[in-house]
Design a protein around this ligand. Sequence first.
Ligand code: C5P
Length: 309
Amino acid sequence: MSSLHELAHAKINLYLHVTGRRQADGYHLLDSLAVFAGAADRLDLALGNGRGGHVALDIKGRFSAGLGGEDCADNLIVRAGAILRELAGEEVARNLPDVGITLHKELPVASGIGGGSADAAAALRLLLGVWKLSLPPARLNAVATRLGADVPVCLEQRAARMEGIGEVLSPAPHLPPCGMMLVNCGRSVSTPQVFKARAPVFTPRATLPPAWATLADMVRDLADQTNDLQAAACAICPEIVTVLDALRVAPGCRLARMSGSGATCFALFDSPDAARAAQAAVQQAGAHWWVWAGDLCRSTTEARTSIPA
Ligand code: C5P
């Protein structure tokens, strides 16, 4: 029995502009800068004895109860396996080893930091490797997009600009060193509900430089951008406003904003140590909040995760 693992890092939208709407299905067109935090779920994969490429899923960890009501067949990890089996074709699929995946759910569920998408992407990386399947990049991107609009960026798991509905990726500006804090108030927010509740206006694509030398440069430019879903999410879940207020007055906070469709908010600091130093003060504002402080995932800002070619 061999065991493999992958980390599924939290995806943070430093800004998120809704730039338009796709005619065909009403999905929203976005311009967003996504980065990854050190906070992560973890997936452990063990090879089973049988064949047929079945994926058995076990969920543990701090936020496992958040997925308690979910039928495992609906979980994106299991669906990732089903899509790969379908692509492999019946004959190949019959001989794929069965696997057991344990998801250690350490990120809050339905919280705007792409947890479910990052899990699906990590499962794709694991399964492609263990099943020795290779897909051309465009095909892989299409598979990821079928699983969710955030899955393509999570598959690459490095800072990137997301456009289209999230699947059109281009390099992010070079990022300066900084620290990050993430805070979730403990309420799941429905992404479709937030999109539906937003004011029906569009924001232009941002103009970004190729690099930010310092955090001050980055914060100055980010302050001109917005998360177009923040107001709608705050109306649905007013505690997000309380979280943002607590972050803004935290010592050393340079910028505070909501990520994705919420409810998780992030704050940028000069360094991971500065973020950690402010953690207790923020936790005091909400004893039940999930508060994480640390680094942007440096390896994911510099290097491409190796995906089997
Ligand atoms: O793709 P994903 O399943 O993550 O999206 C969840 C929901 O969020 C979609 O069903 C859609 O209502 C909304 N959405 C959207 N435009 C996007 C991404 C998501 O309208 N670009």
